[in-house]
Design a protein around this ligand. Structure first.
Ligand SMILES: *Cc1c(COP(=O)(O)O)cnc(C)c1O
Length: 368
């Protein structure tokens, strides 16, 4: 018996005919670059996010990069973000030549500690990037309020949060712009790389549309030096076929998450916390354990895959040594990095499989 962290094959098998039909349509029309598939999916994704504009980008990382570029972020600028995220959040800042400035996390939600943001704002600060980690929305109203006070932009990293709600509103157009990833394992995944920028700002939308397509105004007239960062039409067609199932998939994730919480209560491990204003989409179900390595090994021996998101906070990454941070700078992020464990959660996961995960984990916890 094997229980993976995600099961992309099971999802494809279930919707094979719809997805194959979308792929065939693109090939038959040979409209591989932008065109109607990308346009339609952009419109559908904008409505899904309850936002005015959506612009298809080649990946989540490129979406973050271009959103920052549209705000004219450059080498003089500092961008505030959390230390406890996937490295792409900070890489997008570095790609602009700007400096990522890290902040510790709220240990309950794993999201940026809003109370620490103000203390790192300088005259160079240009924007804040909150990350909706594991599909749990960050406290956007408080972050946007700080930003407005200091005339900063806010770009949401929504790569793990397709469909999540903050105070009833979909993440995506609550701040200045939001960036999504369609990396295959995300809640809405492509069959390769893909991303999206969602915004209510006509100005940002216009700028990223030009930037993603070689700065083009017309076929051979280029307004600015841009990038080859378009969402692929095949991926757009596949994503369009899958989008109508996203709410159901997220609902299944929610059911699995509440069942984990029910079954793992009182077993001496820290379970996920949900803020009262959050409707999360459970990209990951993350617990905190002592003896993580041993627990992970025992689960693996029983065929159960787990993940660690993330074992090294960004301020301690070799790649960011030049920023000058050291161990102890962000103790909450460092502690989380040492004891978080992601359990298998995906819409196709059966109750039987979940029972096995819970039983094996319970036995291990009992023994250690
Ligand atoms: C996946 C992810 C990204 C990057 O997305 P790609 O599509 O893989 O480039 C950025 N930020 C976070 C938080 C992510 O999880």
């Amino acid at each position: 018996m094997k229980i993976p962290l995600v099961d992309l094959k099971a999802q494809y098998d279930e919707y094979k005919s719809e997805i194959d039909e979308a792929i065939r349509r693109v090939i038959n029309n040979t409209a591989f670059i932008l065109g109607p598939e990308v346009g339609t999916f952009e419109d559908d994704f904008a409505s899904y996010c309850e936002a005015k504009f959506a612009i298809g980008i080649s990946s989540g990382t490129d979406a973050l990069h271009l959103a920052l570029k549209a705000l004219e972020v450059g080498p003089e600028d500092e961008i505030i973000t959390t230390s406890f995220t996937f490295i792409a959040t900070a890489e997008a800042v570095s790609m602009c030549g700007a400096r990522p400035v890290f902040v510790d996390i709220d240990p309950q939600t794993y999201n940026i500690d809003v109370d620490q943001v103000e203390s790192v704002i300088t005259s160079r600060t240009k924007a804040i990037i909150p990350v909706h980690l594991y599909g749990q929305p960050a406290d956007l109203d408080s972050i946007v309020a700080i930003a407005r006070n200091h005339q900063l932009y806010v770009i949401e990293d929504a790569a793990q949060a397709h469909g999540a709600r903050y105070k009833g509103k979909r993440v995506g157009a609550i701040a200045d712009a939001a960036c999504f990833s369609f990396y295959p394992g995300k809640n809405l995944g492509a069959f390769g790389d893909g991303g999206m920028i969602v915004t209510d700002s006509k100005e940002i939308s216009g700028k990223v549309r030009i930037l993603r397509d070689h700065g083009r105004l017309d076929k051979y007239e280029h307004l600015v030096v841009g990038f080859g960062n378009r969402l692929d039409a095949l991926q757009a067609a596949i994503l369009g076929a899958k989008l109508c199932h996203l709410d159901n998939w997220n609902l299944r994730r929610r059911e699995i998450a509440s069942r984990y919480t029910e079954l793992l209560k009182g077993k001496g491990i820290v379970l996920p916390f949900v803020s009262e204003w959050a409707e999360p989409v459970w990209h990951q179900y993350v617990v905190r354990v002592k003896n993580r390595q041993l627990i992970q090994e025992r689960l693996k021996q029983n065929g159960i895959s787990t993940g660690i998101h993330y074992p090294i906070p960004l301020h301690l990454q070799p790649a960011y040594r030049s920023l000058g941070y050291s161990k102890g700078d962000f103790p909450k992020a460092e502690e989380a990095a040492e004891n978080v464990l992601s359990l298998p959660i995906y819409p196709e996961m059966t109750e039987d499989h979940q029972n096995i995960v819970v039983d094996v984990l319970s036995n291990v916890l009992h023994g250690v």
